[in-house]
Structures are given as C-alpha cells and as structure tokens.
Design a protein around this ligand. Sequence first.
Ligand code: AMP
Length: 374
Amino acid sequence: MTFHDLSLIQPLLTAIERVGYTHPTPIQAKAIPPILNGQDLMGCAQTGTGKTAAFAIPILQRLTLKSRPEGKRKIRTLILTPTRELAIQIEENIQAYGKDLDHRHAVIFGGVNQHSQVQQVKNGIDILVATPGRLIDLHQQGYISLQHLEIFVLDEADRMLDMGFIHDVNRIIKLIPTRRQTLFFSATMPKEIKALANTLLTNPEMVVVTPISSTAETVEQSMVFVETAEKKDVLLDLLTVNSTPSVLVFTRTKHGADRVVKILAKSKITAAAIHGNKSQNARQNALNGFKQQKIRVLVATDIAARGIDIDDLSLVVNYDLPNVPETYVHRIGRTGRAGANGQAISFCNQEERAYLKDIQKLIGRTIDLHPSYC
Ligand code: AMP
C-alpha cells in the first residue's frame, strides 16, 4: 500500500513526499480511512508507530474539505497531549503536513510565559495542540473557546492517567460540544482508560498496533552485568569504542542523570541532562543541541524523556534498569523507529536482577549478554 491508495488530497500527498515517507505505517494504513470517513477511533498504539501522522494527516484533510465557520477563525480541532515535548512535536508535524494548506495552528503548554501563546490564540486558529493545565488556565481567563470544536484528539490517554491529569481531562471534556469526532489514543488499556474511552467514543473503529511487549523487535538488545561502581567505566568504554553520534542514556534519578553528565564531561564527551529539575528552557536547549548533534549524549529520566522524538537515534543505554517493566519497552522504543535498526544496551547490577526478570517476562525473551562485556 502507498499513500496514494488512501484517497488523500494532493497538497497532503506532496507534503508526505517532502518529508520523505514512502509507505504508510500500519497504524496510518488502518486509521486514516475511518478518520477521513468521520468515524470515532480508538487507537491502541504508542509513540514511534507513526501515530501522529495517522491522526494529523486525515484531520488536515477533513478541515480542508469542510468549509470553515463564518467570521474569525475558531478552534475546530483540539489535540490534547500530556507533555510539552509531545505537544511541540505534534505541532511540528501539523506544520510539516499542512504546509500547503490554509490552516492556522498553535501549541500551548505550561512552564513558560503565556503571552505569546495568548497572542496566537487571539489572532484566530483552526487547530490547537495543548497540554491540559495550560488549556484550562487560558480557558478560565477567557482566551479560549471550544464551542466550535469539530474534532477532539486525546493523545497518550494512559500517560495522562499516570501523570495525574485525568481530572483535568475530564474538566476539558465538559467544555467541548457533544457532537464531534473523537480520536482516542493510548499505548495500554487499563480499566480507567477503557471506562474513559467508553464515555467519549461513539461506535469507534478499533485500531491496534504493536502491543507493548513486542515493540522491541527491530531493536537489538543486550545486557551488561556490572557492579554499580563500574557502570561509569563501561559507559565511557562503550562511547569510546562506539562512534554513534546520538546516544540516549536513561537513569532512574535526576541526581543520577547529573552525575553521568559530569562523568562524561570529564572525559570530554559532550552531554546534557533533561529531567524535572531543569527549566523548560534548559530542557529545550538540551534537546535542540542533541538534535543538531552538538551534544552527543542526552541523559534523561523517564518522565523527561516521554515523547521525545529524535530521528536517527541508534543507541539507547539503560544506565539503570527501570523498576516498571513497561518503561523498558518505552525507553528502547526511542530507537529502531519506523522500522529502522536500533541498539539498546542495558546495565544491570545485583539489585537490578529482579527488574531484569520482570522485563524479560514482559517481552517474552531473554536479553543476550553484550559480546564485549560478558
Ligand atoms: P510518532 O509515532 O508519531 O511519534 O512517529 C514516529 C516517527 O516515525 C517520527 O519520527 C515520524 O517522523 C516517523 N514516521 C511517521 N510516519 C512515517 C512513515 N510513513 N514512514 C516513515 N517514517 C514515518
């Protein structure tokens, strides 16, 4: 199947060609037709599957084919997502696919001054990408009206729950029209998420791709059994032997992330940390530096790393193993995206052996020992 088989309008096909996609990913092939038909959708898929394009492309087409309400532009689509990084990436995607179309869009998120966000919204926009807190805030201040909403996207619903945003999400739902198209995405389907989906969706099309435990297939995974004190030496050795330009290293704690950055700096390896104690600006700078390959190693905690989208990331190092096995799959899903080959190397000390056991149970296989550090 190609994008030409999906009944897309020419400006979108041109944009898709421009960004270099040749074939739709499975979620795109399955989700684009029902969304174009105006149906509700329940997508069980995680970041890395191409889900942003799966909803952004058909939304742009629907907004183009249906005439815009009279007068000043009104918000016709709301995309709600849990993190600032995801929000920024979704807007970047909309910008890229909608380049030749006449839709205005904006992204709003907390942690930064609201002024420029308010200005954009005031000027009139068709598509709003938002994190829940800032949306409620600007709505309460009277800057945002959702009365003309036609399409509502709830992205990463399970993470909304994990991050404690479900109450905010429920408040937002009360602000939008009941007659609308709803697209609901979640990587996992715990009870609360199923219940929320039931209240939001009408006769949804169900689309399921790559369950959490099998996403790791395109990633070459290996283990290094190592004592805590030796982890830094193994990391330095790996980075010296391996010439990979962009390496993402995960630590369990913020302090751990800062420590790793210091160790690397001493050995003249450019590195930056992103975690909750860093300001939004510092996080964005680190991410930009990493994307532009000015910084070779990005050291992240799990919350900070949620949704970061970096092309050509071929190595992920788990400096510490996560105590939640699903987190391991999320982490290594940062590499080997959209069918590319990636490598994930995990360090495991004595105390982490129990975590390893849970991870191997979830992914249904034993992770091989790294050949250089057996
Ligand atoms: P997402 O799941 O939306 O975070 O997308 C993951 C990555 O896949 C992003 O870097 C996209 O640019 C890329 N991508 C999305 N769709 C395609 C496609 N059809 N072919 C190749 N890459 C894609």
